[in-house]
Design a protein around this ligand. Structure first.
Ligand SMILES: [Zn+2]
Length: 285
């Protein structure tokens, strides 16, 4: 794993180090992503924190269904029942996307969700969000072309240790997803539980991987997904300090003080029927 990390070109490592400070806008990669952000109009390069709206107001707004996927591939005989929570067969996934499109669902992205939750900016009817965790290759090879059919966009939360490894996405593929209008989010270096971070862990698991993703995409990375969905209140100021606008967990209760850093998502298990999916999208959010 270390070998993988250190196989990055020296230039990339230098940039990663030199861009630790938010204010270093003078080097060219930063300029690239500053202009990329300008091109996307209303999205600030600067962090959206702190916000004026109260936590109670955010909590009072109706939640938007957010789906969380991991592997999109056909089951193997060796896949356990538990594993199938995280493996959606190719045709099942395709049927799910078709069902959502046929029923008039609109995919939204995190900046839209943020503007809705924090500022009350209205969203289209039947808005939902698609998120993919852990960098699995099927998210690019199967899900991405399927989403394109319906003009759905998604968030890909990348665990950077896996980049360019077999059965995982490459840096080039992540860049392609980003260039196509999808959002790349941070999901740590190697999936360690945030609740256990001490000392240099924040740098290893959050700072360096996030900078690497910014280098790959040429865009600021403003959204984070907790590995295993696990979070605690101590993690939230650390994420704010690092200019994340929001963070995504799984289906547990949101934090009373910081609902934007505990946004709920629902894993879609591989054995759900279309009607179970649709019902869960209404009942769980
Ligand atoms: Zn994960």
């Amino acid at each position: 794993m270390k070998n993988h990390l250190f196989s990055l070109p020296l230039l990339l490592l230098l940039f990663t180090t030199s861009s630790e400070k938010k204010s270093s806008v003078s080097n060219s990669p930063k300029k690239t992503f500053a202009s990329a952000a300008l091109a996307t109009a209303t999205i600030d390069v600067a962090s959206k924190n702190p916000i004026a709206v109260s936590a109670a107001t955010i909590l009072s707004r109706k939640q938007i269904p957010i789906l969380c996927y991991h592997q999109i591939r056909d089951w193997k005989a060796t896949d356990s029942k538990r594993a199938k929570d995280y493996i959606v067969p190719v045709n099942v996934f395709k049927e799910q996307m078709k069902m959502l499109a046929d029923n008039g669902y609109h995919s939204i992205l995190p900046d839209q969700l943020y503007d809705y939750l924090a500022n009350g900016t209205p969203l289209p009817e039947k808005s939902f969000m698609l998120t993919f965790d852990d960098t699995d290759l099927g998210q690019y090879s199967v899900a991405f072309p399927e989403l394109k059919k319906y003009n759905f966009k998604a968030v890909y939360f990348i665990m950077t240790v896996s980049l360019n490894r077999p059965n995982y996405m490459s840096k080039t593929q992540v860049k392609e997803l980003s260039d196509a209008g999808n959002v790349i989010g941070s999901h740590t270096w190697d999936h360690h539980n945030v609740k256990q971070y001490k000392g240099k862990d924040w740098e290893t698991q959050i700072d360096k991987p996030t900078k690497q993703l910014e280098t790959i995409t040429g865009k600021p990375i403003r959204y984070f997904a907790y590995p295993f969905g696990l979070w605690n209140q101590q993690a939230i100021p650390e994420l704010k300090k690092r200019n994340f606008n929001a963070a995504f967990q799984l289906i547990t209760k949101r934090d009373d003080q910081d609902p934007l850093y505990t946004i709920r998502r629902m894993i879609v298990p591989g054995y759900w029927s279309l009607s179970t999916l649709q019902k869960s999208m209404t009942q769980n959010f």
